[in-house]
Design a protein around this ligand. Structure first.
Ligand SMILES: C[S@@+](CC[C@H](N)C(=O)[O-])C[C@H]1O[C@@H](n2cnc3c(N)ncnc32)[C@H](O)[C@@H]1O
Length: 260
């Protein structure tokens, strides 16, 4: 399957779905994932939110000049509707931005999707100013889930015709570390948190399942019996765990890629 065209179709059909899930998910401190990454990012200067989706980040930060890039026109339409500024329809692989322009960059729930990863990282490093910050949110992975959540995630994968839920770059952590080191980005943070998505209705449970990039696009029918069972289990639990990981980097050298 061509992941990029799947993603384009998915995000044009279900624009804003990641935000719909994340703004209703909270950690033990009561923060949602966006508040978590905002807290870890300097709140002044020139900021790039790469793969911004519906623009959930940095909408109330007066001292930041935010540029937001995504290649989904559906997502950017949602972003525009909420009044987000600095929107650019562009591709993470070839950023239409000048070099060394940004004091900080965020990439929320996208780096595990885009290939080739080295090209995204190289572009991000190019547009970052020296001493700039890069904060990346990624899926945190199975080991941080309880038995019942794991079982439900497996059933959701099965419903979508897969053995497990996967991304083109896996969770990407090893590759991110290799590629950032090559372009002068030094790791400064590795944090993990579990968020709880609250499901009060069958629609909430359905929204959660739809957000998980099942290869059968939302709305197409899989095994109805299995789906009913999944939704009932989510409702019965009342919440689903979402384990996330945040990696942070600082740009320690200027200029071009360092080759081996
Ligand atoms: C899971 S969503 C995350 C959206 C947003 N950052 C958030 O956390 O709510 C992934 C986003 O990456 C965007 N995307 C995927 N591939 C891209 C690419 N090559 N260049 C730019 N955006 C891309 C999708 O359109 C989608 O909006």
């Amino acid at each position: 399957m061509n992941w990029q065209s799947f993603l384009d179709t998915f995000h044009n059909r279900r624009s804003g779905i990641t935000e719909e899930i994340f703004i209703r998910s909270h950690d033990k401190e009561g923060l949602n994932p966006y508040q978590w990454v905002e807290k870890a990012t300097p709140s002044r200067g020139d900021h790039l939110d790469l793969c911004c989706g519906s623009a959930p980040l940095f909408n109330d930060h007066d001292q930041m000049n935010v540029v937001r890039i995504d290649r989904s026109s559906g997502e950017l339409f949602r972003a525009q509707e909420r009044g987000a500024d600095g929107l650019i329809n562009g591709d993470a692989l070839t950023l239409p931005l000048r070099s060394s322009a940004f004091t900080s960059v965020t990439i929320s729930m996208a780096l595990m999707l885009i290939q080739p990863m080295h090209q995204v990282i190289s572009e991000v490093s190019r547009v970052m100013a020296r001493d700039g910050y890069l904060n990346v949110i990624l899926p945190g992975g199975g080991p941080f889930l309880g038995v019942s959540d794991l079982r439900i995630y497996r059933q959701i994968a099965k419903y979508g015709g897969e053995r497990t839920l996967t991304f083109p770059n896996g969770r990407g952590v090893r590759t991110i570390r290799n590629e950032t080191a090559k372009v002068g980005l030094a790791e400064s943070m590795d944090d993990r948190r579990t968020f709880y998505f609250i499901a009060k209705s069958r629609d909430d449970a359905q929204l959660f399942v739809d957000s998980l990039y099942l290869k059968e696009l939302p709305g197409l029918e899989g095994d109805q019996g299995l789906k009913d069972k999944i939704l009932a289990q989510i409702l019965d639990k009342g919440s689903m765990k979402i384990p996330l990981r945040m990696l942070g980097f600082r740009k320690v050298i200027d200029g071009v890629e360092v080759t081996d």
